[in-house]
Design a protein around this ligand. Structure first.
Ligand code: HGY
Ligand code: MN
Ligand code: MN
Length: 369
């Protein structure tokens, strides 16, 4: 594939690991422990051209630039395209970086997509080896630090005219699947008071979840995926399968909020005489960016306007940060738009971001033994 060839051209050895992550590596002059940078090339349905892809291409550009100038780092350098960072049809997200950290649970690996394929089988199909994923693929003694360049996917940098962001932390994310099971009935002959309408229950839950989150500063909650069955205009909906997620930097408050969200779901089901099944699909601990990586980013961003800010979006750095010091660099994106084809950053913004990424790699190589 194109990325594989570009990595080879940048003088990297290329391998696909058991998590089906594509890794380009160059050895260091003094240490086999790796400085890692990268991101993901997958995106969401209807997504844009920058989310994830910017981090992979900038990592490639950094490796190519070091090769062009014959700069040898003390540490090994790895640039990585992590498999499936976005929430997949199998439920879990950050699949490739979870395989590094060993946080792909058995339940996640056994989960199936809409056509009955398990996540394990999909990873094998992508060239990985799911049998190896019961334990972490990487260990802390193999890695020095991780830094990822990404669009902000928000409008803070743009609103203050900053060139880059020094990410302070990444929110925790919890995702649940709910199945509301009522009774499919004739829409014309079933009296309103004799219905078990799964969609009315799901809709009440969705609105109540949003109202609850609006009252909680620092928490966001979303129902982004919903399927109605049998989904005919003249049939009372018999069942609704939906996924909701909630995010916050404050883990304890997020736990409490998710507990109350499930209570809202039970109330909505009870009101409609509908059964409810809930399954936690995934949970991701927050990342507190490492102080040394943040200092390297600030050092690398001298001469440009750098602003410290948290990330409301999840990233592979949350998983890799469980193994080694990690941090992220943001560039502004127009209107903060992302997960949309309107996603856009100017070439000038991207060049500044890529330059700060390269300078950060050089600084991390210097400060870490
Ligand atoms: O969903 C997220 O926060 C990320 O864009 N995958
Ligand atoms: Mn995304
Ligand atoms: Mn992303």
């Amino acid at each position: 594939m194109w990325l594989n060839a570009q990595m080879l051209e940048a003088g990297l050895s290329v391998a696909l690991d058991a998590g089906a992550n594509l890794i380009g590596r160059r050895e260091g002059t003094r240490s086999s422990r790796a400085l890692v940078t990268g991101s993901h090339i997958d995106t969401v349905v209807g997504g844009g051209r920058f989310d994830g892809i910017l981090g992979v291409l900038s990592a490639l550009e950094a490796a190519q630039t070091l090769a062009d100038h014959d700069v040898q780092l003390h540490h090994a350098l790895e640039i990585v395209d992590f498999l499936s960072e976005e929430p997949s049809d199998y439920g879990a997200s950050c699949i490739g970086s979870r395989s590094w950290a060993g946080t792909l649970s058995g339940a996640m690996l056994k989960a199936t997509n809409g056509v009955g394929e398990t996540l394990s089988a999909a990873i094998d199909r992508m060239g990985g080896d799911a049998l190896q994923l019961g334990t972490p693929l990487r260990s802390s003694d193999q890695l020095v630090a991780y830094v990822e360049l990404h669009i902000e996917q928000g409008r803070v940098l743009e609103s203050v005219g900053a060139d880059v962001g020094e990410v302070t932390g990444i929110v925790a994310i919890q995702r649940f699947e709910l199945v509301f099971t009522g009774r499919a009935d004739h829409a014309g002959t079933t009296p309103m008071l004799m219905r078990s309408d799964a969609l009315v229950a799901a809709s009440r839950f969705t609105a109540n979840l949003s109202d609850a989150a609006r009252l909680e500063a620092g928490i966001v909650a979303t129902v982004g995926r919903l399927a109605v069955a049998p989904n005919n205009s003249n049939v009372v909906p018999g069942s609704v399968r939906l996924t909701f997620e909630a995010r916050s930097l404050e883990v304890a408050r997020l736990e409490v909020f998710c507990g109350s969200a499930l209570e809202l779901a039970r109330d909505a089901a009870r009101l409609e005489s509908v059964r409810l099944e809930s399954t936690q699909v995934s949970t991701a601990a927050p990342l507190i960016a490492d102080a040394r990586v943040r200092a390297a980013i600030r050092h690398a961003a001298q001469g440009v306007h750098c602003l410290a800010l948290p990330s409301g979006a999840g990233h592979d750095a949350m998983q890799v940060g469980r193994l080694c010091p990690a941090g992220m660099i943001f560039v502004p994106c127009e209107g903060g738009r992302s997960h949309s084809q309107d996603e856009f950053s100017t070439p000038a913004q991207l060049v500044i971001g890529a330059q700060v990424l390269l300078n950060t790699i050089l600084e991390l190589d210097r400060v870490f033994a």
